[in-house]
Design a protein around this ligand. Structure first.
Ligand code: MN
Length: 715
């Protein structure tokens, strides 16, 4: 038969003749066992296990998995037994076939309850041998590729289950190529018209921007060449279903999603990943906070890469992922790539172990749930740890980033619902608007006929959508409306401190306002109403002022205490990057609200003494948050230096959030500027000490504003 020869040829690329012999024997066994059976397509049944084996051979799976793939349907459909397979082959093959057959026996049922049940059994099977799940995914992939032969009802049921469970699973164990294909096939099956419309628009769009893509690619290639980084660049495309999902659940327009120019860069070593990032940053302006180092800190499914986002010459958003060949293999085939490297590669990534840990976590979790519904909802969280799924009262699922609140939910449903949101019920019980939503909850928003939007919501909303809509609403308020709103909040917060504006002595109030740094009560109320000042902080300032003894408070502004956990109301200046322990000062701006600067920051020098713009700030005593700052490290120019430094930084419980490189050619040294997250000056000092103790490191110091900007100009 022709197709078995195709398989044998692929296998001979990576397996010996003894292993291939076992696989051929399995093929023979399957062919005989399935003799006289046919698929819905009319082909002999054995064509299916053969196709599954073919898929697995492209992941270079071992001989036992490929043999089991050929045999995966014999237990169910023929007279063969597990014992027979064990005798004929080995225990390993028998267990794999048995594992997959058990999954197959779980009939597809459309109720969530049944799927969850199936899923649990699947997880149990997985936990014994992770190859069972890889095999099952290949089986499902081939069934999805040939789904047209089933009747319509069955097609939709299989496709839904694929979206619900198998796509997610493939994604979670890092088999991204399989994940994308499964999702697209399922999407195409369930919504054929949407799929064809969307994919033809995508094709058209890609055609339209081919020229600019080429141009950017050329520029990158040239820069890599100049800086001596051997690199291979390719454009990166999102799959159809992920574009659809983004449009639907994040409410983005097609154009918005397609406007991103995404590239994948393959280099020859981990060090060159960092070098290449430096090259990209020297060519295009990096976007703050978009640098992600998954090499120093791999994702839980073993994914490694460095990511960055930059702004192109014409203002277009450009995403770049940089990986080595090995990392790329893991990124595409995840857990399956483990078997390729098992022959003595000393690479520290071990997806098998990571997946095992994940499975162990699932099993532990399962024991804490009484019914399957809760279980599957919690699984979904674990599969997409950054997202939560909650239900509208109509049963529609809304996906949001974790930590989202009922207000985020309200704005995710509709802007009007957000603006008019008054209260909420979670699982039919009244709940605070600021509470963090959990996976699987049903959220009902109670609205008022009048807008209820409050600047205090800015303290807790999580999504940028909600934040932008709130800010937008507030900034459009008329002065008088803002004042009324501001008064309502100030009164409310003063009340909780047993204070009443009307009962405060006029002169005391006047002095308190001076101490806060505002010209008049009306202005203060407006500022609160517009979200430029925060009601509870102002109330605390007034109360603090009133309770201090008179001698002390003369001409003294009351410092505001910050903890770093205020959320979005307090911003930290990106010019001087203050951290706890620094002397700091607060600056109000209309666009950004309160911005904390270092007292020595040059940008604040001119307005530092103006109490309407600046006022004193202290760090709270108990701080447990991370703050971003920059450090500059001068090192010997040796291979691997960046990876070593990154690891040292990561070992100090410090996250890296940006990186700039400027190799000083000829002098034998390199300069790196790392954006790092630390808890404060002590933490930073410890970090710098441990860096300085490295023989590679010539110097390490914190960067303050002026030097920082100078450095950035160098590139
Ligand atoms: Mn099958």
């Amino acid at each position: 038969m022709k197709s078995i020869n195709v398989l044998t040829k692929k296998l001979s690329d990576y397996l010996g003749s003894k292993e291939i012999k076992q696989i051929l024997k399995a093929y023979d066994f399957a062919r005989k066992a399935h003799l006289g059976q046919f698929r819905k397509s009319g082909e002999p049944f054995v064509s299916h296990p053969l196709a599954v084996a073919n898929i697995l051979s492209s992941f270079k799976m071992d001989q036992d998995t490929i043999s089991a793939a050929l045999l995966h349907d014999v237990l169910e459909d023929t007279k063969s037994t597990k014992l027979g397979i064990k005798k004929e082959f080995n225990l390993n093959v028998a267990n794999l076939v048995d594992g997959v057959s058990k999954l197959d026996q779980l009939d597809i049922n459309s109720t969530t309850e049944m799927q969850a049940e199936n899923f649990q059994k699947m997880v149990l099977a997985m936990s014994k041998d992770i190859r069972v799940i890889v095999l099952k995914l290949a089986d499902r992939l081939h069934n999805m590729r040939t789904i047209n032969y089933l009747d319509r009802e069955k097609q939709v049921a299989v496709a839904k289950e694929t979206l619900e469970i198998y796509g997610n699973l493939a994604h979670r164990i890092g088999m991204n190529n399989v994940y994308r294909e499964l999702e697209d096939l399922a999407f195409k099956t369930i919504y054929p018209t949407r799929y064809s419309l969307l994919s033809s628009s995508i094709k058209k769009n890609r055609g339209g921007k081919r020229g600019s893509l080429k141009k950017i690619q050329k520029k990158l290639q040239k820069r890599f060449l100049e800086q001596g980084v051997p690199a291979y660049i390719e454009g990166r495309e999102k799959h159809v279903y992920s574009i659809y999902r983004k449009m639907k659940e994040r409410n983005r327009s097609f154009q918005e999603i397609m406007d991103v120019y995404a590239f994948k860069v393959i280099v020859d070593s981990p060090e060159n990943c960092y070098k290449a990032i430096g090259s990209v940053h020297s060519l295009y302006k990096p976007i703050e906070g978009r640098f992600k180092d998954y090499i120093a800190m791999p994702k839980s499914n073993g994914y490694q890469s460095v990511h960055t986002g930059v702004i192109g010459d014409n203002g277009q958003a450009i995403e770049v992922q940089i990986k080595t060949e090995d990392m790329n293999e893991v990124a595409e085939n995840g857990i399956a790539s483990h078997w390729i490297y098992k022959s003595g590669n000393s690479n520290s990534i071990d997806p098998q172990n990571k997946a095992r840990r994940w499975v162990a976590g699932l099993l532990e979790m399962r024991e804490n749930f009484d019914n399957s519904h809760d279980f599957i909802e919690s699984i979904k969280t674990d599969i997409f740890p950054d997202e939560i799924y909650v239900f509208t009262p109509q049963g529609e699922i809304i996906e949001m980033s974790s930590g989202s609140t009922p207000v985020d939910f309200a704005f995710a449903v509709h802007t009007d619902i957000g603006l008019h949101c008054k209260a909420c019920r979670i699982n039919r019980k009244l709940a605070p608007l600021s509470i963090s939503l959990e996976n699987g909850q049903t959220v009902e928003i109670i609205t008022d006929s009048l807008p209820q939007t409050s600047p205090t919501w800015l303290n807790f909303v999580k999504t940028s959508r909600a934040r932008n809509r709130i800010r937008n609403y507030l900034s459009n308020l008329k002065t008088s409306e803002a004042r009324i709103l501001g008064k309502r909040f100030l009164d409310q917060h003063l009340l909780s401190l047993n204070l009443d504006l009307k009962k405060i002595d006029k002169k005391d109030l006047r002095n308190a306002l001076d101490a806060i740094g505002t010209r008049s009560l009306n202005l203060l109320l407006e500022e609160i109403g517009l979200g430029k000042r925060v009601g509870n902080i102002v109330a605390n300032q007034i109360s603090g002022y009133l309770s201090k003894d008179k001698l002390n408070k003369k001409n003294k502004l009351i410092p505001l205490e910050i903890t770093g956990s205020e959320g979005l109301v307090v911003n930290y200046a990106t010019c001087c990057r203050p951290i706890p322990g620094d002397s700091v000062i607060g600056h109000f701006t209309a666009e950004r609200g309160l911005v904390v600067h270092q007292e020595r920051c040059k940008n604040i020098l001119a307005v530092r003494k103006d109490p309407s713009q600046c006022f004193p700030i202290n760090w709270h005593d108990d701080l447990n948050n991370f703050f971003s700052t920059k450090i500059k490290i001068l090192t010997k120019d040796e291979p691997g230096v960046l990876a070593t430094i990154s690891t040292t930084i990561a070992n100090m419980e410090t996250n890296i959030d940006s990186l700039q490189v400027s190799p000083e050619s000829g002098s034998g040294t390199s300069d790196f500027i790392f954006g790092v997250q630390v808890k404060g000056r002590d933490h930073l000092a410890r970090l710098l000490r441990s860096l300085r103790s490295m023989s590679l490191v010539l110097s390490a110091k914190r960067l303050h504003d002026q030097e920082n900007r100078h450095e950035e100009r160098l590139h």
